[in-house]
Design a protein around this ligand. Structure first.
Ligand code: PMP
Length: 432
């Protein structure tokens, strides 16, 4: 049986048991209290029902590739299995200790003691929207480092929000230096500086040490995107004085997507609390979300229904990361990165990021050799090896392949599979 159908069967079994129990209890009550003389009833229809979009009864096969692109990655099987537990009500008492555990695990992976640490019910990109909406009031200024798609997106979101943007632009494959950042902060004194720790469209890693202090000297809050780095690259929210960090579930944490880690420093929360206007996205307002998560007041009122099964998976994934330990996880990612480049180098493939220090371990960008049909190589990897690898994104589209070494998938064996798929693809096109 496939992993997906096993998980589906387990889910069906768990749900079945819960439903059977409830049905038996209800049957006992209704046998006593309700008469069935009014049954069966029929709804009165105001219009004819169209069957145009009714789904055909058939088995819909979901493939199970090894996902070695820039994300999502295959989650840890234990995290995947945790999703098949019967659903819990999000306002039921047992849910709150589960949320508390997630907060604790997130504080560990984010290396922070920030109270405002939680999982946002949304994608990583939506967590970026949350950062803009909470930390910037319309008319305020943000300095945004742009060397790929995520800086472009942050810019776009600020502009839509009515904020002013000054960009630090670098070519894809490069990152701004400390001195360049310092100069712009001195000139602009922005409310927010945005840096992307791992620019997954070009495979670069931004150095962050010292930038937090620099920001605070100029009254600026530092926002960092760690969607493709958290748990895969060394990262220290508190020691690096970062004010807002967001990430994604589906990469190095090894959880399916849907709950995005976020943390706000005390400084960031002060800013939110002293705003003239309320954050414009109610669903992402950290003060509202924080009540349900329990860090903004001691009552935990309803704010929204979160992706509860993903929360089961997130707790399990954070448990797995805790068992391994962050340092071991970072070393595992680094070693896989070196193994990958050793293999690719033997095939004559070149890194897109020229400075080794700026290369991400988690998302690796490979230059597409002149004359090679990249689409054909990617299709061959999928068809022959059940292996998902990816092309570039935004400015790197058509220029690079992207390989993700993240979370559960980051193993020596999977790296070997990637190298084999490249070797095969290159031979097929007579490049070897
Ligand atoms: N930032 C970075 C660095 C990413 O790699 C991604 C996802 N590829 C995102 C943001 C957006 O995350 P999501 O797809 O979950 O919205």
């Amino acid at each position: 049986m496939s992993m997906t159908s096993m998980a589906t069967t387990a889910l069906a079994r768990a749900n079945r048991a819960a439903v059977d129990k409830a049905t038996a209890a209800l049957a006992a009550v209704s046998a006593k209290e309700f008469s069935s003389s009014a049954m069966p009833a029929e709804v009165v229809l105001d219009a004819a029902v169209s069957d145009a979009n009714k789904l055909e009864k058939k088995h819909f096969e979901i493939p199970e590739p090894l996902m070695m692109g820039p994300g999502p990655s295959n989650p840890y099987p234990r995290a995947n299995d945790a999703m098949s537990k019967a659903l819990l009500g999000h306002m039921h008492a047992p849910m709150f200790p589960l949320m508390d555990e997630i907060q604790t695990g997130l504080k560990y992976v984010l290396q922070t003691e920030n109270e405002a640490t939680f999982g946002l019910s949304a994608s990583g990109g939506a967590a970026m929207d949350a950062a803009v909406s909470n930390l910037l009031e319309p008319g305020e200024k943000a300095v945004v480092s742009v060397s790929g798609i995520w800086g472009e997106r942050f810019t776009e979101k600020c502009l839509r929000h009515g904020a002013e943007v000054v960009q630090i632009r670098k070519e894809a494959g490069l990152t701004p230096s400390f001195e360049e950042i310092e100069k712009v902060l001195e000139e602009e004194k922005p409310a927010v500086l945005f840096l992307c720790h791992g620019e997954s469209s070009s495979g670069t890693k931004q150095k962050l040490d010292g930038v937090g202090e620099l920001c605070h000297k100029h009254g600026t809050l530092l926002v960092v995107d760690t969607v493709c780095t958290l748990v895969g690259e060394p990262f220290f929210t508190d020691a690096w004085n970062i004010d807002l960090v967001y990430s994604g579930a589906q990469k190095c944490i090894g959880c399916p997507p849907g709950l995005s880690p976020m943390t706000y420093s005390a400084r960031a929360m002060e800013k939110v609390m002293s705003r003239k206007s309320k954050p414009d996205i109610f669903s992402f307002d950290v003060t509202e979300v924080g009540r349900q998560w329990g860090f903004n007041g001691d009552k935990r009122p309803y704010h929204h229904t979160p992706p509860i099964n993903i929360m089961f998976a997130m707790r399990e994934a954070l448990q797995i990361v805790s068992e391994e330990g962050l340092e071991n996880s970072w070393n595992r990612h680094l070693n896989a990165h070196y193994q990958l480049w050793e293999g690719l180098d033997k095939l004559g493939l070149k890194p897109f990021v020229k400075n080794p220090e700026d290369r991400l371990a988690t998302v690796n960008c490979i230059e597409i050799p002149e004359g090679l049909d990249a689409g054909k190589l990617i299709a061959n990897a999928y068809d022959k090896f059940n292996l998902e690898i990816s092309g570039g994104l935004g400015g790197t589209a058509g220029k690079v392949f992207r390989i993700g070494l993240m979370g559960y998938n980051c193993t020596p064996r999977n790296v070997e599979s990637v190298v084999t798929a490249f070797e095969d693809g290159l031979k097929q096109q007579k490049f070897l």
